[in-house]
Design a protein around this ligand. Sequence first.
Ligand code: NAP
Length: 435
Amino acid sequence: MRHIAIIGSGPAGYYSAEAAQKLFGDDVCVDMIDRLPVPYGLIRFGVAPDHQSIKNVARRYEKVALSENVRFVGNLTIGTQVSIEELQEFYDAVILATGAPLDRPLDIPGADLPGVFGSAAFVGWYNGHPDFAEADPPLDGTHVVVIGNGNVALDVARVLSKTPDEFAGSDIVLHAYEQLERAKTEHVTLLGRRGPHQIAMTPKELGELGRLERAAPRVDPDDLPEEGADALLEPGMRKSVTFLREFAAIPESFRADKSIEIDFDFFAAPVRIEGDGKVERVVVERTELDAELRSRGTGETYTIPASLVVTCIGYRTPPIEGVPFEHGRGRFANDEGRIMPGLYCVGWAKRGPTGTIGTNRPDGYAVVDLIAEDIGEGGGKKGRAGLDALLAERDVDVVTFRDWKKIEEAEAGRAREGSPREKFVAIEEMIAARG
Ligand code: NAP
């Protein structure tokens, strides 16, 4: 029997478990450990609440979770309650599928002022992550600056701009729904330090900004390259840029009855955030591209008022003591997913924060192939019996998948009309809901 522990129950973790089942059949026992009492990681806490169709992939993960040889062990923190070394003693392979939940820091003066939020905190707040439920971002001002030109920046801009009605069918948590309902936002400025041809936004997500009830995007036509240059872009990017061209052509008459403007400021790098005890403005330097298409400052600056700044500039994986780490790239040091025989990483913990949810599938399958090479038939380890004995000795109360199904049912039972669930946002509430 092969014993595998997977730390993290998001997409990368579940695809790895699925791959292990497919490859080893009944000859594998997988324990999927999560520090939270609820599974699915990024699907629950990262994917935007108004993107329910993306969240449906959790049904596929549930099939894996409900199979005989896979077990969910929630509410267990590796590193404090049980160490990696202890897991390695019990399991033939330990896979780190811990994602990249920390914000890449924005290294400019003023970035620590109250009112500056990383996207992990802001997205975590509207998605009900227990770590950020109390974040309370200031939404009583008219101007918000969103830094970054990726899909997370788009999610944040869209969520800030939607009317309460536009959240119908979403699972945005009540505290965020109510606070957004009272928000005074009139301007959301998306700062991109490079140009329209260098965005990291995908067409579906970008297109959504053009169909909002009370908000309209604005792109300065002067920022757009010659139209002919779009032909050199790969098709997805070309489609995204086509949306930017459409936004640049929106007539003023269309904007007249929109109360929120979403401004794309290209060639604009934040250099300083200022304010008296809290964020009040962002000082931005105009940029140009160098020969390698990197941004460089021109020395010309301008100022945007802001009572809230959300940085959406990428994420990092938290290091784990004793596990080799690449600090520059914010991920575990690994060779195609192998950190060392017996210890592996997948998903964002392996690659850094890039790609879609589906990108994690080949990652999961590839890492299980490496594990098969390294562990053969398994080394006669204790597996889950060893972990359970240790947990009993330490009096650790874990949450099972069956418990999760009760939590899920309770969340569905208290949902607002039309919403699939009202998430519990405190760990104690989640645990209480299992009965
Ligand atoms: P991302 O795609 O890497 O975008 C990060 C953005 O931040 C880039 O525009 C980058 O500009 C900019 N940036 C980085 N450092 C900066 C700095 N110091 N100052 C100003 N700008 C800076 O990251 P993400 O938006 O966090 O998304 C992470 C991953 O999740 C991506 O693969 C994304 O596609 C995926 N995702 C997908 C969806 C979806 O499919 N619906 C939704 C959300 C996220 P440069 O290009 O100049 O570095």
